[in-house]
Design a protein around this ligand. Structure first.
Ligand code: GDP
Ligand code: MG
Length: 597
């Protein structure tokens, strides 16, 4: 396709505003799939994505659109994930396009991620076409939302396209706006190849597939390509486009988005953001890449059944093939046995991986409490990252500790603002800004990430009856008064339950977890102490009384068959118990204690 007939665009929106539905309508309108093939949302292909209605990986489709001006245009659409955890993937998709469709729900208006996405699109130099969706809803207020977009996003109200992605109303309006308002890509087919590596994943039949945006030059089957950062070279087996099915083409030229399949062994060899060039005629310079994605939340995953350890390792390795932002390393815990310390982009990412392990790989797992990455400055001057609270050395060897902070934007109805501000203050938040958009307030806070992974999002949702929206970005590290709280059962530390907290919250959280464990640990023949401590200093204590005489009696008296049944049951239960000195703790107690509320 000649350059002037190509348009590359992303769809950006707050979650649930109708991005994926619109993508499906566009695919349908351009006849890329037959009605039979259009079942459900085409782009949200992973089972979990469909079920939860979220998009995790950015997906892409090439469409052909005969416009009213008589030209036939090639449109490359990139769907983007809508959740904060995956903001990183949004920026990748944007780098591959010249423009964005900004979808806003006409009954909801501008939300936290609408703004976050718009700022990213502006940063990527995008032309933005605002689309007001769901105007079929009786609660839609297109006039109000149009003005809101003008006021906060700065896009003139008369430039919005009103649609219903659900009923298909005015989809043509969107296509015409794309063709006439977005700029065509630039590039020179004769120049040395510069292809931006946008994403890569593992396909069971074809091996590693890379998604690329060609900026300059041309690539075809048989070429020898070179990854400019990694230095490795590969023979190209196939190049193609997504229709959305993978379809081979002769070559990919400037402005085009497609895939290269080149006998690459591992996804890890494809650095997202790298520039692909030709080995025999390399480009002089690499394209500006992306910042690498770093996991910000870590937790331990342990198989409930110790025999599942190898299966867990294999499953994690498989997930990692398609998700370079997910990390794992082996870990041992006295309480939970052999498992893995795993790193995630955020809490949703963690939940998704956990759910996939249980669903697709049939694994029963215990997850330890999520923790952020701390930076330890040792007294001897060395600096170290801490991924696991259990590895925290004695504070006497630590000069100081730094913790990660975030900058969070929260949008909420005026009525719920009070409790939301209180929550932020309780979590050590510092207010940076408070403004209004109609009757919605937008509060900008700096918060320690540690306080956010600890049930912040759930609290926010319940305080605002589900109406608050939330977005955040990392905002550096700061020295902080942090302590490691150990939990001791019968004077033995239980490593899986130790956690890091700000000194001011240590007592409250220590007390809560001790009280909970007292409920969860079965009584023993003797009294046991359940304690929370900082170093050798006990900060909270509960005592679990001994089993009373008549309860023990039941196990001994009575008829033989009943007694045998009881013993069998106990044996079964033993498998799920962990020994702590003289005390056995059921796995279920860990599970419940780790699920703080
Ligand atoms: P995404 O999270 O932005 O991808 O949003 P989805 O496309 O998954 O849509 C979220 C929900 O809104 C789904 O239940 C859709 O059926 C619904 N929806 C999308 N577009 C419209 C629309 O134009 N009108 C109405 N009434 N519902 C819509
Ligand atoms: Mg979606």
């Amino acid at each position: 396709t000649p350059l002037h007939l190509i348009r590359n665009f992303s769809i950006i929106a707050h979650i649930d505003h109708g991005k994926s539905t619109l993508a499906d309508r566009l695919i349908e309108a351009c006849g890329a799939l037959t009605a039979r093939e259009m079942k459900g949302q085409v782009l949200d292909s992973m089972e979990l994505e469909q079920e939860r209605g979220i998009t995790i990986k950015a997906q892409t489709v090439r469409l052909t659109y005969p416009a009213k001006d008589g030209n036939i245009y090639t449109l490359n659409l990139m769907d983007t994930p809508g959740h904060v955890d995956f903001a990183y993937e949004v920026s990748r998709s944007l780098a591959a396009c010249e423009g964005s469709l900004l979808v806003v729900d006409a009954s909801q208006g501008v939300e936290a991620q609408t703004l976050a996405n718009v700022y990213q699109a502006i940063e990527a130099d995008h032309e933005i076409v605002p689309v007001l969706n769901k105007i079929d809803l009786p609660a839609a207020e297109p006039e109000r939302v149009r003005n809101q977009i003008e006021e906060v996003v700065g896009i003139p109200a008369d430039e919005t396209v009103d649609i219903s992605a659900k009923t298909g109303l005015n989809i043509e309006g969107v296509l015409e706006a794309l063709v006439h308002r977005l700029p065509p890509p630039k590039g020179d087919a004769e120049a040395p190849l510069q292809a931006l590596l946008v994403d890569s994943w593992y396909d069971t039949y074809l091996g590693v597939i890379t998604l690329v945006r060609i900026k300059e030059g041309r690539v075809k089957k048989g070429d020898r390509i070179r990854m400019m950062q990694m230095g490795a070279t590969y023979h190209v087996d196939q190049v193609g486009v997504f229709h959305p099915k993978m379809t081979p083409v002769d070559s990919l030229g400037p402005g085009e988005i497609g895939y290269i399949n080149a006998a690459i062994k591992a996804v890890a060899d494809c650095n997202v953001g790298d520039t692909i060039t030709l080995d025999n005629r390399p480009a002089e310079k690499a394209l500006p890449g992306f910042k690498p994605s770093v996991p910000v939340v870590w937790c331990g995953l342990f198989p409930i059944n110790a025999d599942d350890f190898e299966k867990l390792r294999n499953s994690l390795a498989k997930l990692r093939l398609n998700d370079a932002s997910f990390h794992f390393e082996a870990e041992t815990s006295a309480a939970l046995g052999f498992g893995f310390r795993c790193g995630f982009l955020g809490l949703l990412h963690l939940e998704i991986i956990q759910e996939r392990l249980s669903r697709e790989f049939n694994l029963d797992l215990i997850a330890t409490a999520p923790s952020v990455v701390y930076i330890l400055h040792h007294s001897d001057g060395t600096v170290e990252e801490l991924h696991n609270p259990a590895d925290m050395p004695d504070l006497s060897q630590v000069a100081h500790i730094e913790e990660p902070w975030i900058k969070a934007s929260i949008m909420v109805q005026d009525d719920y603002l009070g409790p939301v501000l209180t929550l932020c203050t309780e979590r050590r938040g510092v207010q940076l800004d408070l403004t209004y958009v109609g009757n919605r307030a937008m509060a900008v806070y700096r918060l320690p990430l540690n306080e956010v992974v600890f049930d912040f999002y759930d609290r926010l949702k319940s305080l605002s009856r589900g109406y608050a929206s939330f977005d955040y970005q990392m905002d550096g590290y700061e020295e902080s008064n942090l302590v490691r709280i150990s939990i001791l059962v019968n004077h033995e530390p239980v490593d899986a339950l130790s956690f890091v907290a700000h000194r001011s919250a240590a007592e409250t959280r220590g007390r809560a977890i001790c009280a909970k464990l007292k409920e969860l640990i079965p009584r023993q023949l003797f009294k046991i102490a359940i304690q929370a401590s900082i170093g050798s200093k006990v900060i909270a204590r509960e005592t679990l009384g001994a089993m009373s005489k008549d309860v023990t009696a039941k196990c001994y008296g009575g008829d033989i068959s009943r007694k045998r049944k009881l013993l069998d049951k106990q044996k079964e239960g033993k498998k799920r118990m962990r020994q702590f000195g003289k005390v056995e703790i059921p796995q279920s107690a860990f599970l419940a204690a780790l699920k703080m509320d």
